[in-house]
Design a protein around this ligand. Structure first.
Ligand code: NAI
Length: 265
């Protein structure tokens, strides 16, 4: 246990230099929050114009954050802005940008082959201790990690849009992800001000696995007409688990127990 803790603490403490690849909607948000929370960040994109514009957008967004966060203390707000911007570099050269990285977060186009090609190249040049993570929404992390020789230092860090606002971070582990890597990713997520939740490498992880069928059902309802009744639809069949829970008085918060136990204070 002591060794695990030491390794984890060492890895988490080591995440100071973060390279974010992709400066679109998600990459720019991740880079912004990382810089705001004191990390040295290099944000990379193949598109020079895009990465320049992303930096401008980040500047404007940090100003808005500072205005809110330091409403009573504009001087501290200015310090917050300049210190975050000083920590943010931009580049179009992924290879040289990972040479001193402790963590690489990829947020490029959602294409398995493109992501694999990128990680295979980065694996050759990044420091051996560096952790690689993908922000993919729908591709298996295991398939992306297979392009590298560091599966034990590979995982998913799935943020939500807009990154500076959304608190949740899904931390995805593949079977090969080491405990030290997993804990270092969680600790980094917390240092970014996020609430981390552990996910297995399954399609949609947690949030999209719940959200996408829910949204599809709304579309299907629209497709078949809202007023039609479908008594044969299995979706509306009583569920045994729920029936039993109701019979046992497990009514959720109001009864102090349901899927969870609630402590009355
Ligand atoms: P985006 O299209 O806004 O940005 C992608 C950026 O990656 C572009 O600027 C593009 O020039 C750059 N890029 C493409 N190939 C590259 C390469 N080989 N090297 C460097 N840069 C490259 O995409 P967005 O929405 O930011 O999504 C990025 C990733 O994040 C995807 O994997 C997506 O599934 C995931 N994601 C998206 C969410 C969303 O709400 N949009 C939420 C959570 C995850």
């Amino acid at each position: 246990i002591v060794r695990t803790f030491t390794q984890t603490a060492a890895m988490a403490a080591a995440i100071k230099n973060v390279t974010v690849i992709g400066s679109g909607l998600m990459g720019a948000g991740i880079a912004q929050v990382a810089a705001q929370t004191g990390h040295h960040v290099t944000m990379v994109d193949i598109d020079e114009v895009a990465v320049g514009k992303a930096k401008d957008r980040i500047g404007a967004s940090i100003q808005r954050v500072a205005k809110k966060k330091f409403a009573q203390d504009p001087e501290a707000g200015q310090k917050f802005i300049s210190s975050a911007l000083e920590k943010l570099q931009i580049s179009t050269d992924a290879i040289s940008s990972v040479k001193s990285a402790d963590l690489v977060v990829e947020a490029i186009v959602e294409n398995l082959d493109v992501k694999k090609k990128l990680f295979a190249q980065l694996d050759e040049v990044a420091p051996s201790h560096a952790i690689f993570a993908s922000n993919t929404s729908s591709l298996p992390i295991g398939k992306i990690a297979a392009a590298t020789n560091r599966k034990d230092r590979f995982g998913g860090l799935h943020f939500f849009n807009p990154v500076p606002v959304m608190k949740l971070l899904e931390v995805v582990r593949i079977p090969e992800t080491s405990q030290g890597t997993y804990e270092a990713m969680c600790d980094w997520g917390k240092a970014m001000g996020k609430v981390t939740v552990e996910c297995k490498d399954t399609p949609g992880f947690i949030v999209n696995r719940l959200l996408v069928p829910y949204m599809f059902e709304a579309v299907r309802m629209l497709d078949r007409g809202w007023h039609a009744e479908y008594p044969e639809n299995t979706l509306f069949e009583p569920c045994e688990l729920l029936t039993n829970m109701v019979a046992e008085g497990k009514h959720g918060v109001k009864s102090g127990k349901g899927f969870y136990e609630y402590n009355k204070k």
